[in-house]
Design a binder for this molecule. Structure first.
Ligand code: ARG
Ligand code: GLU
Length: 666
């Protein structure tokens, strides 16, 4: 038997030659990759990763909130995720008296743990191939709803969805068990959890202690239940043991999590649009916004606090797009996709796939101007803060309006918004084809002659000056209403019609590509469903002549430490402990070759033995083209070394009791 198995394994190895570490694989089909994983060092089996019959690693992985991943690390439902994933919850618990963002928070007893209304964690109960049902169904939406209905029952804590893979060539039903009583247990101060801020974001060398700790609660029968003081810690089917053995270059790593979106199979036209049109335009617009914010933030501590979170979110994509655009150009992806399409068409002659790439090209030609106007409008007119606020004020229930107003004004600094309006609307005028501008815009540009005068009129309106009595007729509200109306009624319908035609063609093109390259293993694009990505710890060469080592240490934090730079001002406790000289080599973060994307934040990084060695939290910006095209030379994910988490909790803040329930291994 054993002999047969090893022959089989050998055969599989030949069928799936060792690939670059590209791909986000479906856990239930991981048996197709397990031979390659094992050849690269993994010591467990496919059943250990995903099984419906026994507890497996999947039972220790959760979708945290709506867009992050987390992992269970104890038999009492203790959960690790990123600091930036817990950020908004930590913020909600913070006030001037208890600023947990600034000072950190540690619950030393269960009754100190803080509930988080609205926060859910979802375990994948099972996934099932429902392709045959879906493809046979005359009405797919109805069929999906029926499958979901069969899989769930009111009040049983299950939720389900049917997701298309490979542009609808395959369908899976995903059934989740959703827990709604999730409590905040601990987080370091932002000066550790967000160390490096947006300066270091997407970059190596990295020293961010990007972790926060939560606990899942269940009712007495261990089932999901709304928050109740009577709930008890959840007993998981499976939890990760935490490895203190550390990592070295070349070690096998495996990420288990919920990647959001990738587009690996799009045509050259779609890639060209991203790297030559969309990314450059959006980057330029955000550069303007960031420059304005920076100028005002560096002049005033109050403004810096007001705009720190907004600045972070504007900056996050801005930096990512730069890497994506550069990476696509460097890899000549447009050119190589063109060549691929030519070869495909040659092969497709006389088949039902003939001409499909030309049809796609034609649709993209029609889509491009509308898509550009759509994106440009949301990055300009729809990004102005005061009109956004006017709209949410109008749509709020009267009893909530005061709260909406206070929340907005707390973090609003009008000079930034005015300058942003002037700069962005000037760009809008220059760069959006009049064919795609609302009449409202043209009328106002005629009326005011220039954006500055228009800005003056808007920002001195009664609403802007604090008189909310007639907001629905105020020019600020009108601005938002007219642009949203144009966006929804003129741009979106055409955009949706064309993209749905495109998606339909991709359904066939995907099939065609699989027939064209029968030897290639295609992995489905990310769609926020549970995936496995495996690779190894490895550095990279960002530029000629430079090699980035894959591990960072506490010494690097001290090198960056600067009390005068907000992003690099560390807690005194960290300086003191470094001064003992005992922790110079304390590991902090590491690089690996795992294929990840947004949504993978907080994902467990697992070693060859299936134990937790880190928490994924970022990628290097030079490799962010991996959402479109993966370059094994340069695409790297960045993880927190779990030993730094333990060090911070235990050695820096002396709250090791929190980790007492964790099982540590070598
Ligand atoms: N780049 C990471 C991600 O896309 C981290 C973002 C949060 N951190 C920050 N400095 N903005 O989610
Ligand atoms: N920080 C990202 C997230 O929130 C992960 C980085 C990425 O790979 O895009 O999921």
């Amino acid at each position: 038997m054993r002999r047969i198995l090893s022959v089989l394994a050998g055969a599989l190895l030949c069928a799936f030659p060792a690939l670059a570490d590209e791909g986000m694989w479906l856990p239930s089909l991981i048996s197709q990759r397990i031979a390659d994983m094992q050849a690269k060092g993994f010591k467990l089996s496919a059943e250990d990763i995903y099984s419906v019959n026994q507890a497996s690693l999947k039972d220790a992985v959760v979708l945290f909130g709506g867009g992050c991943t987390g992992e269970v690390v104890s038999k009492e439902g203790l959960l690790f995720t990123n600091h930036h994933c817990g950020y908004s919850y930590i913020q909600k618990h913070s006030s001037v008296e208890h600023d947990y963002l600034k000072d950190g928070f540690w619950a030393l007893t269960r009754d100190q743990e803080l509930p988080n209304p609205g926060l859910t964690v979802s375990f994948l109960d099972r996934m099932e191939d429902v392709t045959s049902v879906m493809l046979a169904a005359p009405d797919k939406e109805l069929a999906a709803a029926e499958l979901v209905k069969q899989a769930t029952a009111p009040g049983n804590g299950l939720s389900a969805s049917v997701e298309a893979l490979y542009y609808g060539n395959q369908y899976f039903l995903f059934v989740y068990r959703v827990f709604t009583d999730v409590r905040f247990v601990g987080a370091p101060p932002s000066s550790i959890g967000k160390f490096g801020g947006d300066t270091d974001n997407w970059m190596w060398p990295r020293h961010t202690g990007d972790f926060s700790i939560f606990r899942i609660y269940a009712d007495k029968d261990n089932n999901p239940a709304p928050y109740s003081p009577d709930n008890v810690p959840y007993t998981p089917k499976k939890y990760f043991k935490v490895s203190l053995g550390g990592v070295k270059e070349g070690d096998f790593t495996f990420i288990y999590g919920f990647p959001g979106t990738t587009q690996e199979y799009i045509t050259s036209d779609a890639v060209r649009y991203i790297s030559e049109v969309s990314d450059p335009a959006k980057i330029a617009l955000r550069t303007l916004r960031l420059d304005i914010q920076k100028a005002y933030m560096s002049n005033s501590q109050a403004v810096r606090i007001q705009y720190s979170s907004k600045n972070a979110s504007v900056s996050n994509s801005w930096k990512k797009w730069q890497g994506e655009m550069k990476g696509i150009r460097k890899m000549k992806t447009v050119q190589s996709k063109k060549e691929y399409e030519a070869a495909f068409e040659k092969w497709a002659k006389g088949t039902r796939y003939e001409g499909i790439t030309e049809k796609l090209a034609d649709l993209y030609r029609r889509l491009e101007p509308i898509n550009y106007a759509r994106e440009y409008t949301s990055e300009t007119a729809l990004a102005i803060e005061l009109p956004q606020f006017a709209a949410s004020y109008v749509s709020a229930q009267p009893e909530n309006r005061q709260a909406v107003k206070e929340a907005f004004l707390k973090d609003y600094y009008m000079p930034i918004d005015v300058q942003t309006f002037i700069d962005l609307m000037a760009e809008y005028g220059k760069n959006v084809d009049p064919e795609f501008q609302p009449l409202y815009y043209k009328v106002h540009m005629d009326l005011y002659d220039n954006v500055k005068d228009w800005a003056y009129a808007l920002f001195t309106s009664p609403f802007a000056q604090g008189d909310y009595s007639d907001v629905e007729h105020d020019p600020v509200y009108e601005f938002r209403r007219e642009f949203v109306k144009y966006y929804n009624e003129q741009l979106l319908p055409v955009y949706r019609d064309l993209t749905s035609q495109i998606t339909e063609l991709y359904h066939d093109y995907m099939q065609g590509q699989m027939e064209f390259e029968p030897g290639k293993t295609f992995y489905p694009d990310a769609n926020l469903t549970l995936r496995v990505a495996y690779g190894k710890v490895q550095g990279y060469e960002p530029q000629d002549g430079i090699y980035y080592h894959p591990q960072s240490t506490l010494t690097g934090i001290i090198e960056k430490d600067n009390p005068n730079i907000f992003d690099y001002d560390i807690p005194q406790a960290l300086r003191d402990i470094y001064a003992t000289g005992l922790y110079d080599d304390q590991p902090v973060c590491f690089l690996a070759t795992n294929h990840t994307t947004g949504g993978n934040s907080g994902s467990p990084v697992i070693n060859a033995d299936g134990n937790l060695i880190g928490l994924n939290f970022d990628r290097v910006w030079e490799g962010t083209q991996s959402d479109v095209t993966f370059d094994p030379e340069i695409c790297r994910n960045i993880s927190l070394d779990v030993r730094y988490l333990v060090f911070v909790v235990d050695k820096v803040f002396h709250v090791g009791a929190i980790l007492q329930e964790v099982e540590f291994v070598d």
